[in-house]
Design a protein around this ligand. Structure first.
Ligand code: IMP
Length: 423
């Protein structure tokens, strides 16, 4: 039995695609457990760069069956665009299985995401505008439409009618927007239903049966720990549960099955959208990290905010997810800096703390306490084993391991598939 959860240890964009690419070939199933097409991974197929948003990044590998679990939200239009782009490069997605319990992102969710953000003005979250928040809001309000509803036209039509009536009132009366055409949505989703039908499956049962038969399953988290709706930097979070606990609720698997939780963490920190970020660098070092690390969102193209690695957040992610191993990505991006820093603690309102403040106001005022280490200038991309790294890079990795309290099993030293050191 082997059930591994793969979770972002920061604010997303840690390089989970690369980590999955490394681990997935040895697994039988890769299942996404939350989020929607707000996520983004870059893959290379046929030498062509493609962005994946919903399809598990393991799609390039023959062995694992790709699945989208109950906790995922699915925009069929986005899903089929992705499937078609992959098919154009010879990648077949016919094996993709989708939970009937997953919720559908509808055109009114996308419309609402945009107008709500505008309405929030200076308080806006900087969402991806993919309709994620409104889809999860309807799920919690129990008026959401699920993938399985597509299999019953009557039910689908009833649920759609209730929603369109309510959403059109909100869009037109509160936000002064044009109402959406329910009939058009019905026709569009009826066509999606035909295509989606063969993919709909009881994914929870399939994963359970695979695990009890001794197969290996990878639970793929999107976004990251600090974007978790319950445990992240609320309200600057996404609307789902990226933390490892979400792997169980988002797939229907009991917690006793999980035997490994791999955290993915960059050698520095990035964040997109608004919200507190204690180690953010608004200087030339931040520009260096952004430029060398190509820190632009795969989903929105937005420039990511960059800063030093934050060990306070790493320890929080280690505790919250019960991390068993770490995959440290993008170590090469730090090459060329004279010195490198890691935040080891914060000073919040005059008090030093080594733990993530439970009070959000304190976190907003957190001043990082840094440890400075000597940098290195060598190109790391040809390093095959830990001993090949320059002594100062080795020291940095060992210090991250000590400060985070989690063994670093993999180290990313370049964007390529082979540019990973395994310890
Ligand atoms: P939403 O998930 O589109 O509602 O956006 C909520 C917040 O999560 C925003 O700050 C987004 O920038 C952030 N976010 C959503 N998905 C990702 C991701 O895949 N990587 C990094 N940030 C994300």
């Amino acid at each position: 039995m082997s059930a591994t959860v793969l979770v972002g240890a920061q604010w997303g964009d840690e390089g989970k695609g690369k980590a999955i690419d490394r681990i997935a070939p040895d697994t039988d199933i890769v299942i996404r457990y939350q989020g929607g097409n707000n996520a983004g991974h870059t893959v290379f197929a046929d030498g062509v760069k493609l962005g994946l948003h919903l399809i598990p990044s393991s799609i390039l590998h023959a062995r694992p069956v790709p699945m989208l679990g109950d906790g995922v939200v699915i925009d069929p239009e986005a899903l089929f665009a992705e499937i078609d782009a992959l098919a154009a490069h010879g990648i077949d997605c016919s094996r993709l299985k989708i939970s009937g319990n997953a919720h559908l992102t509808m055109p009114y969710h996308r419309a609402l995401d945009g107008v709500i953000e505008r309405h929030l003005g200076r308080a806006q979250l900087g969402t991806t505008k993919k309709g994620i928040g409104p889809t999860y809001a309807d799920k919690a309000a129990r008026i959401g439409i699920r993938v399985q509803d597509l299999l019953d036209v009557k039910i689908f039509e009833q649920k759609l009618e209730i929603n369109v009536r309510e959403k059109n009132a909100v869009l037109s009366k509160i936000y002064n927007r044009m109402p959406l055409d329910g009939k058009q949505i019905l026709a569009q989703y009826a066509a999606f239903a035909e295509r989606l039908g063969p993919h709909i499956a009881d994914t929870g049962r399939l994963v359970h049966d695979a695990l009890t038969a001794g197969q290996a399953v990878l639970f793929e988290g999107a976004q990251g720990t600090l974007l978790d709706i319950d445990h992240g930097t609320y309200p600057f979070v996404t609307s789902s549960s990226p933390a490892a606990g979400g792997a169980c609720t988002g797939t229907g698997i009991g917690p006793r099955f999980i035997d490994r939780v791999v955290g993915i963490c960059k050698a520095y920190t990035t964040r997109v959208g608004a919200g507190p970020f204690p180690t953010e660098l608004l200087d030339e070092v931040g520009d260096h990290l952004g430029a060398v690390g190509a820190e632009f969102g795969v989903t929105t193209g937005r420039k990511r905010r960059c800063g030093w690695l934050d060990a306070v957040l790493l320890r929080y992610a280690a505790r919250l997810n019960s991390l068993s191993d770490l995959f440290l990505t993008k170590l090469d991006v730090l090459s060329g800096l004279e010195t490198v820093r890691i935040a080891t603690a914060y000073v919040c309102d005059g008090q030093r703390t080594e733990v993530f403040p439970a009070n959000q106001t304190l976190f907003h005022h957190a001043e990082p306490v840094y440890e400075e280490l000597p940098g290195w200038s060598d190109d790391l991309s040809s390093a095959k084993k830990f001993g090949d790294l320059p002594a100062n890079a080795q020291r940095f990795v060992e210090r991250v391991e000590e400060l985070g309290g989690v063994p670093i099993r993999w180290i990313g030293v370049g964007p390529g598939r082979d540019e990973t050191i395994e310890r």
